[in-house]
Design a protein around this ligand. Sequence first.
Ligand code: ADP
Length: 267
Amino acid sequence: ARPVKLSVHLHAYGNERRLLLSRDITALELAEAMRRDFVANVSHEIRTPLTVLSGFIETLQTLPLQEPERNRYLGLMAQQSQRMQTLVNDLLTLSRLEGSPLPDTAGWVGTGALLAQCEQEARALSALLAPSGHRLEFDAGQVCELAGVHNELLSAMSNLASNAVRYTPSGGLIRVSWMLLDDGRGRFEVQDSGPGIASEHIPRLTERFYRIDRSRSRETGGTGLGLAIVKHVTQRHGAELQIESQLGQGSRFSIVFPAARVRQLPA
Ligand code: ADP
């Protein structure tokens, strides 16, 4: 049996003194279990497309295929390698975000340009995924500037917008908006009429590789890392990620920026 370390803490609660016994190793054990899970997840995510790829390579090597059939296989292979590239890019992004403070390249970023880029990406993705499209509405509100890193802010916002597009069925409504709040804070918000999320999943959504609908995530090019990236970017910018959703009622993801990071532009 493994030794269990017990530590004793003396806590003061007002005039009262309480003795707390706790297992000190719990946090360490938890971190170690999370690391193991993460490595297992990454390996699994890489192994799946690799297995498919090597199967196709073997087929191409052994079967005398006609040109159209060959091209079909090559197309499927390109898809799998794209999937691995996206995964590796997301992993690198995450490790950069986790390992460093906000870089010196932070400056003032216009919310109008961020929203416009977000819109372009969301429309392109919607055209690709939804046969009869989505109703996509963008509201740039009172245009402001945000103190931060352009690429990071864009990646957080477009992750939220593209999730809405990816999980909302064809014909659904997606609203993306920026608003300056009365107290000087700023709110970037993505609302969708998609499937919604049961409350027990909500606190876990920003965990790496946590997915509710695994097949929908894969089919639409998801890595399971998007919301983990959003959470890190949000924290680095002193902002708060809020998730409101109910099963069958759609979802609303918002990033609320503190007033100190929001600057209103003259009209
Ligand atoms: P993924 O690449 O799987 O989309 P994310 O980290 O971006 O990974 O999201 C984690 C999970 O949260 C998704 O797999 C999905 O189950 C759920 N999710 C995210 N956004 C939405 C949304 N707008 N509507 C419903 N479910 C969502």
